[in-house]
Ligand binder design. Structure first.
Ligand code: HEM
Ligand code: HEM
Length: 166
């Protein structure tokens, strides 16, 4: 890793928001996937439309996976800017733990979803449970970013939305 950067690279920012958008697709359109996997597990024939949407779920899930791998590479290769000035050591630790927990939850979602989809093991329940953890982490993470930007006015959100930079 080189010297700690002042800002996230453009590629890191783009990948961050691609993952955000793809997660929303997964959250909004998972019912057909659930019907498809139930049909596959009970020997029934999944409805054509459901199967198409199930593949959309797989495609967006795979996109998230590759984006996460790329982000981890960029993070290890180029680093990430430090927390905003004025962040207490306790807040900095929580933020760092949440960031790594987000990465772990995303990879866990891909593994549990992929194993269920490929019939390796039925980890649908774990996939559902992990999704709740992911949702809680994202909510806390987004709330902290918005709070820091608009209440503490420390420019945290501007790290990921460059137009907010002064
Ligand atoms: C959809 C789910 C999201 C995931 C999985 C996610 C994940 C992450 C991760 C892992 C980082 C650490 C930086 C890195 O390693 O590259 C990060 C940074 C950041 N995210 Fe998110 N994020 C999400 C949504 C959001 C949302 C909705 C907001 C704003 C409302 C946001 C604002 C930020 C900001 C400002 C940073 C930089 C914070 C800092 O460096 O201290 N993120 N995000
Ligand atoms: C971060 C990425 C992903 C997110 C956020 C996500 C989200 C979801 C959600 C919210 C559900 C519904 C859970 C429920 O109510 O029971 C679901 C179901 C499912 N997903 Fe994903 N998913 C992701 C990645 C994947 C991938 C990569 C695959 C397969 C390659 C996959 C396969 C499945 C399967 C098979 C189900 C049905 C499980 C069941 O009903 O037993 N998912 N997903």
């Amino acid at each position: 890793m080189t010297q700690q950067p002042q800002t996230y690279r453009r590629s890191q920012i783009i990948l961050h928001w691609i993952v955000f958008a793809a997660i929303w697709v997964q959250w909004l359109f998972n019912e057909p996937m659930k019907r498809t996997i139930e049909a596959m597990q009970t020997g029934a024939t999944p409805a054509g439309n459901d199967m198409t949407m199930a593949w959309v779920h797989v495609a967006f899930g795979s996109t998230i996976f590759f984006a996460v791998i790329a982000r981890l590479y960029l993070r290890f290769r180029f680093g990430a800017p430090g927390h905003a000035p004025g962040t207490s050591p306790m807040q900095a630790t929580i933020a760092t733990v949440v960031h790594w927990a987000l990465y772990c939850a995303l990879i866990g979602m891909v593994i549990t979803g992929g194993m269920t989809w490929n019939g390796v093991a039925d980890l649908g329940y774990m996939h559902w449970l992990l999704n709740i953890v992911l949702f809680a982490l994202i909510t806390a993470h987004a709330a902290a970013a918005i709070f820091n930007q608009f209440v503490r006015k420390d420019g945290t959100l501007a790290q990921m939305i460059p137009v907010l930079r002064k």
